[in-house]
Design a protein around this ligand. Sequence first.
Ligand SMILES: NC(=O)C1=CN([C@@H]2O[C@H](COP(=O)(O)OP(=O)(O)OC[C@H]3O[C@@H](n4cnc5c(N)ncnc54)[C@H](OP(=O)(O)O)[C@@H]3O)[C@@H](O)[C@H]2O)C=CC1
Ligand SMILES: CC(C)(CO)C(=O)C(=O)O
Length: 284
Amino acid sequence: MIGGGAIGGILAAAAHSAGHEVSVCVRTPFERLVVDGAEVPAAIVTDPQDAPEVDWILLTTKVQDVASAAPWLRGLDNGRAPIVLVQNGVEHEESVSGLDLRGPLLPALIYVSAERVRPGQVVRRSPAAMIVPAEGPGERFPELLAEIKVSRTADFRTEAWRKMLMNLAANPITALTLRRLDVLHEPGVPELAAAVLGEAVEVARAEGTTLTQADADKLINAYNSGGDPENGTSMLYDRLAGLPTEHEHITGALVRAAARHGIPTPQNQTLLTLLRAIRPSQVH
Ligand SMILES: NC(=O)C1=CN([C@@H]2O[C@H](COP(=O)(O)OP(=O)(O)OC[C@H]3O[C@@H](n4cnc5c(N)ncnc54)[C@H](OP(=O)(O)O)[C@@H]3O)[C@@H](O)[C@H]2O)C=CC1
Ligand SMILES: CC(C)(CO)C(=O)C(=O)O
């Protein structure tokens, strides 16, 4: 596991439960990995020179940290182990292009709400489910993890953009307001979320996906009718921790794709401008 944060912690626990030996390659050192109060007996590795020989590599950093994780990727990459890119956004392979990795790449999506509350300590606030491409290493990936439902899809691009829809409204709005998902019920916010997703569906379609306005409506209805208002988003958790947020790879990716297709996205552009204006207090 490269990254021992929220997703790295959950996947380390799931891989251990499936009977695998797990090493977690970390930036900020910690002694013990604890997920939902239970210690995960994983090896914590702090120096890429000590990278072990592995059968699978799971990259679970934020997208903006991929470049800094290059020494880990290069140290672990043996040309044989699949490299699973577990990230939000639609730039999975793009984020590692230029690193000349030899192992087969497997982009992956995860649906879960999880927070790294301090180094080595993760709290999961919802069940987890993953989606990977059906072909290549995706055929064997579900065997790697216990307790997480893994689906395989023939149309990963559509699924990645579907997940983007979920992130494009909730992540910026929670991060900008420093509020949990209950903020989506404030007056005017459902309308803002709907407008953000309306722009995004048009871009997603131009990008070759099969998403329609009905997919955006379904998501907005789900936000309006429930979900746990105590849950946050990964962008909110970064903001609360004073860390840089992933906005360039979520809202920024949408705005860049829109520009390629000449589609106006004023609501997303406004959110992006505000997200760019935030000054993180902790920068690695
Ligand atoms: N949290 C959630 O609920 C969800 C997150 N996601 C996505 O999953 C991905 C991972 O997010 P998440 O786990 O929440 O993020 P976190 O910030 O909780 O964890 C990322 C981890 O990566 C580590 N890291 C960063 N750079 C390096 C490096 N160079 N070498 C080793 N480790 C490094 C960080 O270390 P350090 O401790 O030093 O900061 C941190 O522990 C993101 O793309 C996110 O959008 C998707 C669905 C839900
Ligand atoms: C919105 C959510 C929780 C969905 O999994 C997510 O992807 C995130 O927090 O970044």
